[in-house]
Design a protein around this ligand. Structure first.
Ligand code: C5P
Length: 223
């Protein structure tokens, strides 16, 4: 019976891309559909959790019974996550947060002029790294990593650098994995293990992620 495994737990999930405005009509973003984050939210709800979903701009239907906070930019997402992190037992950062944003947002539409155009970008805060730094004793944190090469090595480094308990790594170039699809093929890393999972639906993967987080929590309380 999976229906109440997470009752009494609050799960905070981020999903989708962020959009970084350049002017009132333009932005930079990425191809994230939000499907993986929403699928984790559904799985958490099915397991009885109280779910808070912080969602970038996506074309997905709202999930009934889940508190969804809509955000646009990485800075908006950071604020929403900071406001809700204290309540969370489990945090899963599935969002594809833009690493950079334009330094200035032009007040008016940028006019076509020269053949080339230059724009300065500044780094966005790394939300996952922030969460890793402020992590409370009870919290379990899971990040995502999308790589195009040296997946396992880069993922392991990311897990350590960002002080996560778990990291889900996928390779953009494997078919049936990553952005837009309904399935995912990933490696699941914890501090002392790596598991190469078969192709799963994004909701099955959501359940697997949450079950692994429960195991990590059990391990912690035993020590
Ligand atoms: O370093 P990289 O962007 O590959 O790390 C991916 C993980 O970090 C994801 O879990 C993503 O949600 C999170 N992230 C973040 N804030 C950023 C960039 C990435 O929380 N500015």
């Amino acid at each position: 019976n999976t229906s109440n495994k997470l009752s009494g737990k609050t799960v905070l999930i981020s999903a989708g891309p962020t959009q970084e405005a350049m002017d009132p009509v333009r932005f930079i973003s990425n191809h994230s559909s939000g499907k993986q984050g929403y699928a984790i939210a559904k799985a958490a709800k099915a397991m009885g959790a109280n779910v808070i979903l912080v969602s970038g701009p996506v074309q997905l239907e709202k999930i009934e019974g889940i508190q969804t906070i809509d955000v646009t930019s990485a800075l908006d997402m950071f604020e929403a996550i900071k406001q809700n992190a204290d309540k969370a037992d489990y945090i899963i950062m599935a969002a594809a947060v833009s690493d950079y944003r334009p330094e200035n947002i032009a007040e008016h539409k940028i006019k076509k002029s020269d053949d080339t155009i230059e724009m300065t970008f500044v780094k966005n805060p790394d939300i996952l790294a922030y969460l890793g730094q402020c992590k409370t004793k009870k919290q379990i944190i899971c990040g995502f990593a999308m790589e195009t090469q040296d997946l396992d090595k880069n993922a392991k480094e990311k897990l350590e650098k960002k002080n996560c308990d778990m990291l889900i790594a996928n390779n953009l170039f494997v078919s049936g994995a990553g952005f837009q699809t309904d399935t995912n093929i990933v490696s699941l890393l914890t501090k002392d293990s790596i598991e190469h999972l078969p192709k799963l639906s994004k909701e099955e993967l959501g359940q697997k992620i949450l079950e692994t987080m429960m195991k990590i929590e059990e391990g912690k309380t035993k020590c």
